[in-house]
Structures are given as structure tokens and as C-alpha cells.
Design a protein around this ligand. Structure first.
Ligand SMILES: Nc1ncnc2c1ncn2[C@@H]1O[C@H](COP(=O)(O)OP(=O)(O)OP(=O)(O)O)[C@@H](O)[C@H]1O
Length: 208
């Protein structure tokens, strides 16, 4: 799926985060979305995922050059972000079954494959609420990367992860060959695989 944004601007109250953004995201490329804390990276991702409206400008989605209706975009996107909550009452296995009752697993993997890939074999029946913060983050990344969609959005993907978790995350990305990943991050080790970069703070208006 391709995304085209035109004149995209966002403000909260009187403060403009970014203004006049024109950009295209093409299937096959992966993008690092960078900028200082509070520059608007998460907000930008939510707008181009169709979860939030811009203050000005447009976002359009295309599949093979055919427009995708805004209300169906969510079916083609998987997101892992600090603000996307897991269902804490579920066990690991229930969480996987629930998530993959809405969308398919990528590349024909089974739920059992995912349990093994995520190193969750010993915690299958443990409630998510009792997971460590690093385990929860590994689960969020597993769910996002292994959902069979053309676009994956990752917001601060290695939050709470140690060096093993970070290495695991990069290995999954390398193995899966996902058409397009957008990573909102200020940490270069989280987006080593991205071939394009968009700096949100470049679009902060001086006097708007
Ligand atoms: N719903 C909202 N209402 C008002 N202000 C908001 C809202 N959501 C975000 N903001 C503000 O917009 C600014 C950008 O927030 P955002 O989370 O998009 O930045 P970010 O670049 O992802 O930050 P970080 O690197 O710290 O995660 C912040 O000042 C934030 O307080």
C-alpha cells in the first residue's frame, strides 16, 4: 500500500506540531520517522494510520494505484506503540488467539510457531498482566510484525527491551521481509533497516 500526504498539518490548541507536509510512502521502502521528544512522531503515525484527523491537509491510501477507503485502512495496518494496550486479563495464548481472530498470521505461521519464535513456551498460560515490561513489549512487536498486512507501524519499538530483546526484534524484521515498515524513533539502532528518513521537526512552523 502507498500513502500520499499533502499539505498535512497538525496543531493542538495553538501549538502547531508540523505544517505543510507533502510526502509519499511507497510500498517496498521502510521509513524512519525521527524528531525530538514531543515533535509529533506518534501523532503523525496516528494520522497516517487513519486513527486521528489532521488539522489541515489530506492523507490518501492506494493499493496498486486504486484508492483505499479511509474506513478500511486499519485492515491493512498493524501497529506496536506504547499507547496500544494488550488485554492484561488474557493469557499469552488467549491474547494470540484473540488478535489473530481478526487478522491472519503472516507467511502461514501457526500460533504455536509464534509462541516459539517469541520465546513464550514457558509462559503460554500466564496472564499478560504478570509479564515483565520487556516481555509485554516483545509480545506487542510479535503481534505487529507477524500480522499479515502490507504496512507495519512501530512507535519506539525497543522500549523496555534489553540488548537480547533488541537483537531479537531486528532478527524478526530481517527474516520477515515486510513490504513497508514505519518506525517512529530517535534511536538509530531501532531503524537500521530503514532506507528512508523523515524528520518531523523539519516541518515545525516558525510563526504559524
Ligand atoms: N490529544 C492531545 N491533546 C493535546 N496535546 C497533545 C495530544 N496528543 C499529543 N499532544 C502533544 O503533542 C506533542 C507531540 O506529541 P507526540 O507524542 O506526537 O510526540 P513524539 O514526537 O512522539 O514524542 P516522544 O518522542 O516523546 O514520544 C506533545 O507536546 C504532546 O503533549
Amino acid at each position: 500500500m502507498d500513502i500520499r500526504i499533502s499539505g498535512l498539518s497538525k496543531r493542538f490548541n495553538r501549538e502547531w506540531l508540523f505544517s505543510g507536509m507533502d510526502h509519499s510512502f511507497s510500498e517496498g521502502d521502510s521509513y524512519a520517522i525521527t524528531g525530538a521528544n514531543g515533535s509529533g512522531k506518534s501523532t503523525f503515525l496516528q494520522i497516517i494510520a487513519g486513527f486521528q484527523l489532521p488539522s489541515e491537509g489530506t492523507v490518501e491510501w492506494f493499493e496498486n494505484n486504486i484508492p483505499v477507503p479511509a474506513e478500511t485502512v486499519y485492515q491493512r495496518i498493524a501497529i506496536a506503540a506504547p499507547y496500544m494496550e494488550l488485554v492484561e486479563e488474557f493469557t499469552l495464548k488467549e491474547m494470540l488467539s484473540f488478535h489473530f481472530s481478526f487478522k491472519s498470521v503472516r507467511n502461514g505461521y501457526s500460533i504455536q510457531d509464534l509462541i516459539d519464535i517469541g520465546y513464550f513456551t514457558d509462559t503460554v498460560n500466564k496472564p499478560v498482566r504478570n509479564f515483565s515490561s520487556g516481555m509485554k513489549q516483545r509480545l506487542k512487536i510479535l503481534l505487529a510484525l507477524y500480522t499479515d498486512v502490507p504496512l507495519v507501524f512501530l512507535d519506539e519499538p525497543t522500549t523496555n527491551m534489553d540488548e537480547y530483546g533488541t537483537k531479537w526484534y531486528l532478527q524478526q524484521v530481517e527474516t520477515l521481509n515486510i513490504p513497508t515498515i514505519l518506525v517512529a524513533s530517535n534511536q538509530p539502532h531501532e531503524y537500521t533497516f530503514c532506507n528512508k528518513k523523515l524528520i518531523i521537526s523539519d516541518y515545525k512552523p516558525a510563526n504559524k
